[in-house]
Ligand binder design. Structure first.
Ligand code: ADP
Length: 608
């Protein structure tokens, strides 16, 4: 049975054209220089082996004067020196500068796309594999593609010219050219397909290795690494991934060895040995070739071989790049389900109501929210409570349009949120998530997070937010106060904050942003009870004019909310004020009583 190819030749060629177009968009001068330099490369081969050699020998045979020959040689030398100078400028200056331009331009496009695809893509391992392959050395691949395209194009023209010249000198010699054609075109291309298949099989193992490397050097994991035996599991995963790589290599070894051997034999051994024997026979045995002809044909044969090798190599590279560009293209042409830059209606700056109407949602096949109904009204405070896994965070993710409901609708001021301009819609919210990340930037930047706050009021705003979040004193004690860099990644003197301290910084983010809706996902989980009580006082106080939604497991912080939604198994099981829910004596009342009892028991133990 014929093995199915990963992509067809037509698609590979189109991918190369796509890459060339992309390169042209980013750095047109690189495309022009690539074309010129590849043309000159082949031209030089042909010129020296065919025209130059022939001219000199003809001139010698015709008895031209030494002066005439010298004029020709000097002109050639000057042109050659100019071409070398161009090459040197190209490699020493133009290409390095162009590479930087390409790197900047390409990664700008890739980063924008990466930010634009929906969160779900990062959880889809097939997409993620393609994404990492697309990002890996994409700039080098793009340049390699341009090189291969022009080498193929000019190589094809040069090969035809070489065939014609060879045929003119000796028609039989053309037959020897078939060896490098077979070697390169058949065996090298097979090797390139093998390479692609091997890389593809290795990708999941390499991704696992990269993950383990990351876990080993990222500070967020360092604690667990020391306190638990998770390192053992990591090491096992690492060993398995390495074994996976070894298995993949083993799977392809025999084929790779045979193909490589055939490639070398056909491409080099057969032609060079064959030609030497043929030339020697014609000159020494049958005396049908003069030494001058032997010199020309030998030089022609060597250069023609290299032209063909260059051409077939370029053609192979063209198909190989076509396969790799496929990842880049799939990624860039991926149609986002929730494009971050999608335009739509302007939501304004006022949230009168947000309504979840019969909303259901599944992660892949697992239903997490089921026919959920709830409403958030302007200026009110809402608490979301429920056991772990009830769907509270998922609900917030839907509210922020990281995902869209599988069924039902979310309405902002009576209109489906999918109809709004996504950036403007998201701008209505300030959020503090529990799985927040610390960035290796100053405290101020970690609070402001790129928000447009005028320079003159920036410090004042940040100070106010830090005070409300209870982080001000700590920040002032740092070596450069709010200008201190967080983490040690780029600054030895950078600050490392405790979980609770950093949680306060994250809360300050939500305070500093001027918007009508604030969301706090367990903002106090890492705080002590006193800091927690103060924080909630501040949240209630600061957000009096905002709509406020918070998730909390500590029900003592929920009592002052205007409305409480209790979620269980992805739907609202109870809703009302704290008092109403206590009177109802249902799940909420049960949870509250148990927590209060535990709290009292602990307090009694402490005071005893
Ligand atoms: P809560 O915030 O109430 O603890 P979540 O909304 O985080 O609950 O999670 C609800 C359920 O959805 C859990 O069973 C969780 O395992 C699952 N879940 C959360 N995120 C994902 C995800 N990205 N992919 C698949 N399942 C998820």
């Amino acid at each position: 049975m014929k093995k199915k190819k990963e992509i067809g030749r037509g698609r590979a060629v189109k991918n190369n054209i796509f890459a060339l177009g992309l390169l042209w968009r980013i750095c047109p001068s690189m495309v022009v220089h690539e074309a010129v330099v590849r043309f000159l490369g082949y031209f030089e081969w042909l010129f020296y082996s065919a025209f130059f050699m022939r001219y000199v020998i003809d001139a010698l045979e015709k008895g031209s004067s030494f002066g005439t020959i010298m004029v020709f040689v000097v002109i050639v030398a000057v042109v050659s020196a100019a071409m070398s100078l161009y090459n040197s400028i190209l490699n020493g200056h133009i290409f390095p500068v162009a590479r930087a331009v390409i790197n900047k331009g390409l990664y700008k496009i890739l980063f924008r796309k990466s930010r634009n695809v929906e969160l779900e893509c990062f959880e889809n391992s097939e997409f993620y594999d393609k994404y990492t392959l697309a990002m890996e050395k994409a700039d080098e691949r793009l340049i390699a593609t341009a090189e291969a395209v022009f080498k193929t194009f000019f190589g094809a023209i040069a090969s035809v010219c070489a065939f014609v010249f060879m045929y003119q000198v000796d028609p039989i010699s053309v037959l020897f050219i078939l060896f490098p054609v077979i070697g390169n075109f058949i065996f090298n291309r097979k090797l390139s397909h093998l390479d692609y298949a091997r890389n593809r099989d290795m990708a999941p193992h390499n991704r696992r290795i990269a993950y383990i490397n990351r876990v080993m050097y990222l500070p967020e994991y360092a604690k667990e690494m020391r306190l638990t035996d998770v390192f053992k599991l990591m090491r096992r995963q690492y060993r398995e991934a390495i074994k996976g790589l070894a298995d993949v290599t083993k799977k392809y070894t025999a084929k790779a060895v045979v193909l490589h051997w055939l490639y070398v034999m056909f491409t080099f051994t057969f032609i060079f040995e064959g030609l030497l024997i043929y030339g020697a026979y014609r000159t020494l045995v049958s005396s049908s070739m003069s030494l001058a002809q032997l010199a020309v044909i030998t030089s022609m044969m060597v250069s023609t071989t290299w032209i063909l090798i260059g051409f077939t190599d370029a053609l192979t590279a063209l198909f190989k790049n076509g396969l790799f560009i496929e990842y880049l293209r799939t990624f860039l042409e991926y149609k986002e389900k929730i494009p971050e830059d999608s335009e739509g209606a302007d939501p304004g700056n006022k949230i009168e109501s947000i309504e979840f109407k019969d909303v259901s949602f599944s992660y892949k096949d697992k239903e997490v929210l089921s026919h959920l109904n709830m409403e958030f009204r302007e200026g009110k405070t809402y608490a979301l409570v429920g056991h772990n896994g009830a769907g509270k965070t998922t609900l917030i993710k839907l509210l922020l349009r990281f995902y869209d409901p599988t069924e039902g609708q979310i309405l902002l001021n009576g209109r489906d949120i999918r109809e709004y301009d996504l950036r403007k819609y998201r701008n209505l919210f300030a959020t503090a998530f529990q799985d927040h990340r610390m960035f290796s930037m100053s405290v101020t930047d970690n609070v402001v997070m790129g928000e447009d706050i005028p320079e003159e009021s920036r410090e004042e705003e940040v100070t106010r937010a830090l005070k409300l979040a209870g982080a001000y004193d700590k920040v002032m004690s740092l070596p450069k106060a709010a200008d201190t860099t967080l983490t040690h990644e780029f600054d030895d003197k950078g600050a490392v904050l405790s979980g609770g301290e950093f949680q306060k910084i994250v809360v300050a983010r939500a305070f500093v942003k001027d918007c009508p809706f604030k969301v706090f996902d367990e903002p106090s989980s890492a705080l002590d009870p006193i800091a927690e009580a103060t924080l909630f006082d501040n949240i209630y106080e600061r957000c009096r004019d905002n709509t406020l939604v918070f998730i909390s497991h500590r029900l003592s912080s929920v009592q002052n909310a205007d409305w409480v939604y209790l979620l269980s198994e992805g739907t609202v099981k109870e809703a009302g004020t704290h008092r109403m829910l206590m009177d109802r004596n249902g799940i909420y009342a049960d949870m509250y009583t148990k927590q209060a009892k535990n709290y009292l028991a602990v307090s009694e133990e402490v005071s005893a």
